[in-house]
Write a protein that binds this ligand. Structure first.
Ligand code: SIN
Length: 303
C-alpha cells in the first residue's frame, strides 16, 4: 500500500492533487461528477474585492497542445463568495480549501485576504500576483521582487493562515521573485501561472481574443513549469506548489521530483472534468511501477 499523503505549509493532505484556480469553479459544480473529497484540496476561482464581469469575449482560443484564456478575473466578489459560495461548498466538501485572491492594489489584496482568512473553511490563501489578463494589477505585482515582497508583507501582516504566493512565468528571473516572497514572509510559492501569448484569426486578420493577448496553459507549457519549479526549489526553503500543463500521474511525480510538495491540475479539468479523479486513481499504480512507497519522500528527489 503506497502512501500519497503530504503536508503543505503545516496542513496535512491525503494526496498532493489540487485542481487549479479558474478551472474548478467553487468546487460544488464538480461535485455532481464525482466525490470531490477525494482531492487533496482545490483552489477556488480567483476572488477580488469587488464583483467582476471579466473581459469581453472571445476569451478562449486553442493552441497546439494547450489553450489561451483571457477571462479577466470574472468572479462575484469576496462578499458574495463568503455569503453564497462557501456555504454551498460546505455541503459537499469537508476539507480545508485554498482561497485564491487577486487584486488591483495592495489595499485590495489586504482587504480580501483579511476577510477570507477568517473563514473556517479556508486552509491556505493563494495570492495571485500573476494574472496576465488585467491592466493595472495582477501580473504587474509579480514581475518585480520589490512589489512581490510588498504584497507578501502586507498580506502576512493581516492574516494567520499559510500564504502561498502565485507567481508568473513571464519574468526573466523567477528565483529572485520567489526569494523576495520568502523574505516577505510567504509560507509557500505556487508556480506557474499562464504564459502570455496570442493568436490571429486569419480570415479577419485580427487577434482571436478580444483582449488581444491571453495566458497560455496546457501540456505544451509543462517543461517550462518544471524548469521553474526546479529553479525555485534551489532558491527557497518554503514549500512549492507546482502547476502548468500537468495532466497525468507521471507529470505529478515529475513535478514532485523537481521540488513540488503539491501539484495543481489546471487546463486538464477543462478537457475532462474527471482529469483529477483519473490522476488520483492512476497514482498508486504509477508509484508502484516507479518503486515509490511515499510521495512525501520524493519531493526534490531529482536534485
Ligand atoms: C483570468 O481570470 O484571466 C485568469 C486568471 C489568471 O491567469 O490569474
Amino acid at each position: 500500500m503506497v502512501n500519497t499523503s503530504v503536508t503543505l505549509c503545516g496542513l496535512p493532505m491525503d494526496n498532493p492533487i489540487i485542481p487549479a484556480s479558474g478551472t474548478f469553479g467553487f468546487g460544488y459544480e464538480f461535485a455532481d461528477w464525482y466525490d470531490i473529497n477525494l482531492l487533496g484540496t482545490f483552489s477556488f476561482k480567483g476572488t477580488t474585492r469587488e464583483p467582476r464581469y471579466g473581459n469581453p469575449t472571445p476569451r478562449i482560443a486553442e493552441t497546439a497542445s494547450g489553450m489561451l484564456n483571457s477571462v479577466g478575473l470574472q468572479n462575484p466578489g469576496v462578499h458574495a463568495v463568503i455569503a453564497e459560495e462557501l456555504p454551498r461548498l460546505k455541503k459537499v466538501f469537508h476539507k480545508p480549501v485554498m482561497a485564491n485572491v487577486s487584486g488591483f492594489s495592495e489595499e485590495d489584496y489586504v482587504y480580501t485576504c483579511q476577510l477570507l482568512d477568517k473563514e473556517p473553511q479556508v486552509g491556505w490563501l493563494e495570492v495571485n500576483i500573476s494574472c496576465p489578463n488585467v491592466h493595472n494589477g495582477g501580473m504587474s505585482f509579480g514581475t518585480l521582487p520589490e512589489s512581490a515582497m510588498a504584497i507578501t508583507k502586507a498580506v502576512k501582516a493581516v492574516t494567520t493562515k499559510p500564504v502561498i504566493m502565485k507567481l508568473s512565468p513571464n519574468v526573466t528571473d523567477i528565483a529572485s521573485i520567489a526569494k523576495a516572497c520568502e523574505e516577505g514572509g510567504a509560507d509557500g510559492i505556487s508556480l506557474i501561472n499562464t504564459l502570455m501569448g496570442m493568436r490571429l484569426d486569419l480570415k479577419k486578420r485580427k487577434p482571436l481574443l478580444a483582449n488581444v493577448t491571453g495566458g497560455m496553459s496546457g501540456p505544451a507549457v509543462f517543461p517550462v513549469a518544471l524548469r521553474m519549479v526546479w529553479q525555485v526549489y534551489n532558491a527557497v526553503s518554503i514549500p512549492i506548489v507546482g502547476l502548468g500543463g500537468v495532466s497525468s500521474a507521471e507529470d505529478v511525480i515529475e513535478m514532485m521530483l523537481a521540488g513540488a510538495t503539491a501539484v495543481q491540475v489546471g487546463a486538464a479539468n477543462l478537457v475532462d472534468p474527471y482529469a483529477c479523479k483519473t490522476i488520483l486513481e492512476d497514482l498508486p499504480r504509477v508509484m508502484e511501477q516507479l518503486k515509490i512507497d511515499s510521495l512525501s519522500e520524493i519531493i526534490g528527489g531529482a536534485h
